[in-house]
Design a protein around this ligand. Structure first.
Ligand code: UDP
Ligand code: MG
Length: 342
């Protein structure tokens, strides 16, 4: 059985269409499935539509967050509630063509553990394409796993991969790199980029820059290493300049002008210091979030009818989304929709 995980944030416009297409494609691929929708604190009718879908289709399971926790948290929550032998992660905005499902499944049957649907950048604004390409070049030089341009979260992952991902309890989740870090046999399928079918993207430019920064910082400590090298380099320059200035004063006496040099050095070094402190700060901030051990998400509602193949349910660990947390008594809401805020 397949599990399809769909994070939804204000996707009321496309949900029904998406549902119909996914179920049709799964049937065409000759598989059975469950669909796990994660409502990431939508403020439109997403949750109402999910309730309706669930009422009409017993394959639908959903969880709804108490507020917007972000796509990473939504995917994590979705994965935790999957029971299938393989999981397909898809966006709700129909940018991930459901037609690819049969190809994904076919490759999985050939023994591939991660089948990644990789989009080309047709129709993307040129600047964004350029920035993305630069990002990948930078990231791949720096971090220890290899990220592939255009390979996002749209993929099929087999049960071992899902379980591996779920053993990673970190709070700062950068899925692209986590999938790459996990390994297993990976294959790529390329598809033509599709623009959003209704609704609006929640990615603004600053959000993308922050995401890129997260990517660079969350998976390695090389920026810290770089700070050391930068420090060594600057110290080298300083020593060279010192020797030169001492030599110069000995030969031609002290000539006090030097205001420009002094000011440039102070301002330049000041800036450099701030940058390095900023980098360290980023890491400290991450540590801060990790040590707090907050849950990744909170549920306000869940509809998780028991499926026959379900092993130890993640629900036994309580509603909070931190894999390593002490078990919290599970709320009694296994077989039907219950409003947890009640
Ligand atoms: N999404 C989410 N939480 C968020 C933002 C987005 O669950 O805070 C979902 C969204 O509903 C969609 C997917 O993540 O299914 C990708 O979002 P979007 O289409 O905005 O991103 P893009 O396709 O532009 O990368
Ligand atoms: Mg999208």
């Amino acid at each position: 059985m397949l599990s399809v995980v769909i994070p939804c944030f204000n996707e009321a416009e496309t949900l029904v269409r998406l549902h119909d297409r996914i179920t049709a494609e799964v049937a065409a691929a000759g598989e059975t499935c469950e669909l796990i929708y994660v409502d990431d604190g939508s403020i439109d009718d997403t949750l109402a539509i999910l309730r309706k879908l669930a009422a009409n289709d017993e394959r639908v399971r959903y969880v709804a967050f108490s507020r917007n926790f972000g796509k990473e948290a939504a995917m994590y929550a979705g994965l935790r509630h999957t029971t299938g032998d393989a999981v397909i992660i898809m966006d709700a905005d129909l940018q991930h063509p459901p037609e690819l499902i049969s190809q994904l499944v076919a490759m999985w049957h050939n023994g591939i553990d991660q089948v990644v649907a990789r989009r080309n950048r047709a129709g993307d604004p040129a600047t964004r394409t350029f920035l993305s390409k630069t990002f990948y070049r930078l990231v791949n030089r720096w971090i220890e796993v290899r990220l592939v341009d255009g390979a996002g979260d749209f993929r099929l992952i087999s049960r071992p991969v899902v379980d591996a991902i779920l053993t990673m309890p970190e709070y700062n989740r950068f899925s692209k790199a986590m999938f790459a870090w996990v390994g297993f046999d990976v294959a790529y399928i390329e598809y033509q980029n599709v623009s959003r079918q209704g609704g609006a993207t929640s990615w603004t430019f600053p959000k993308l820059v922050n995401y890129a920064m997260d990517g660079l910082l969350s998976f390695n400590n090389r920026p810290l290493r770089l700070a050391i090298y930068l420090g060594l380099f600057m110290s080298g320059l300083a020593v060279a300049y010192m020797l030169w200035i001492i030599g110069h004063s000995m030969v031609s006496g002290v000539d006090s002008p030097g205001y420009t040099t002094l000011l440039t050095a102070i301002v330049g070094l000041g800036g450099l210091n701030m940058i390095v402190v900023g980098v360290i700060g980023e890491y400290v901030g991450r540590i801060y979030y990790e040590v707090k051990r907050r849950p990744h998400f909170l549920l306000k509602e869940a509809h998780l009818p028991r499926t026959t193949s379900e092993p130890g349910s993640p629900e036994a660990q309580g509603v909070q989304g931190w894999a390593g947390a002490d078990p919290v008594p599970a709320p009694r809401r296994r077989t039907e929709t219950t409003d947890l805020t009640a």
